[in-house]
Design a binder for this molecule. Sequence first.
Ligand code: BGC
Length: 509
Amino acid sequence: MGKVGVALAAACAAAACVTAAVMVSRRMKRRRGWRKVVTVLEDLEEGCATPVGRLRQVVDAMAVEMHAGLASEGGSKLKMLLTYVHNLPTGMEKGIYYALDLDDTNFRVLRVKLGGQRSTILDHDVERQPIPQHLMTSTTEELFDFIATKLKDFVERQENVSEFSVEETRELGFTFSFPVKQNSSSTGTLLKCTKGFSIEDMVGRDVSQCLQEAMSRNGLNMRVAALVNDTVGTLALGHYHDQDTVASVIFGTGTNACYLERADAIIKCQGLLSTSGGMVVNMEWGNFWSSHLPRTSYDVDLDCESPNPNDQGFEKMISGMYLGDIVRRVVLRMSQESDVFGPVSSRLLVPFILRTPMIAAMHDDDSPNLMEVARILRDTLQIPDVPLNVRKLVVKVCDVVTRRAARLAAAGIVGILKKIGRDRNGGTASSSKAKGGSQSKMRRTVVAVEGGLYTNYTMFREYLNEAMGEILGEDVAEHVVIRDMDDGSGIGAALLAASHSASLAIDNI
Ligand code: BGC
């Protein structure tokens, strides 16, 4: 080999060495990047851990806070609001009633025809309307005028001439899914805005009166016969179908629960309730807090950057409005700490861009290549070409965040059962011992549930049910039924309007 040949061979060898070195260094960088994201995931798992022992602490804390909230006004972060609903619908309600179900982004108008015999809802029509974006931050009058005109259109489309005479006043159940301090079963003032709702001039005003005035302004002859939280509507429909229903929970954009309480346990208003046996209490559990809740730095940041810091802490770990954003924050951290997602996408910096239905779709993706995950990362977050192992990582993040939410939700439900003595075999009603048998029989307990998070997100539902079994033990859990109550908040409000107008009629005889 000549000098030239030797030089060429040396140059080739050097180039090969450089290429190999570059490849090794790239591989090492990739490994370091991968190790970093795995560390982020492991920290998340540790921070979100909900072993059954911790869930039981949450159960106890929930029951303790319920007692405190019932003992005095402001005694707990749980407001334990009175609803003045003493009796739930019996099934004997009869006639045509309307409902308006308002949450932060939509409202639904309903017309319900009741047959007067147990569980006969002869007919019901629903229309869903989005609230235009600008009205969600406008004034009370503008919002209610818009709603009243839509309600009027709905009434005119639905009614036969023979059903109501011109002067006849129609009865309406108004579902208003925010914390309201009620003065009666049909009136109450808004305490604060939650979720995405921010019509500040409504706070402190009687929402029922505001709607009533808007209906008059718009020529609609209708009376607000019942003002109810969505939990209370759901409980009413649950109880209408099944009298063992004692509580209800909403898992939607927000979360909350209500239940039937003994009047003598509501210490903060003993005098007021002396004639009645019980009352439905709207817990406003979204604001529950306990040091036993597993909180991560993502939760802290989400809370600080929210319009209501230090508020609705339980809701921010559980409900549909927030789960997607917790996942977004974790993926952002992963992307900032490594290049497994490529360059950091500016979309990852946009709050609430990753919505909970998207994390449900990624979590439930059972295609072998996780095509739905790839699609959402590409279309929503503008992160293209994500390798399969990284897509699996994203699914795992969804899993950790949702599993924590569902297990905490289960602990909340068991907290209610504990407060009313339905969390163990002691919760006996018709004990067969009393009837001469030897074994005590656990009372059947039904909890009505409404909301897309529970209905549409399979893994959330499964984790919740699994945790109920773990906390209660299977022998007790088999007597606790979680029942999906589709449209409960709206239909239930119509039922309450019916039962309230029936009791008013009796009072007036
Ligand atoms: C509200 C509750 C409501 C729940 C579910 C919460 O943000 O404060 O009143 O029941 O959302 O809609």
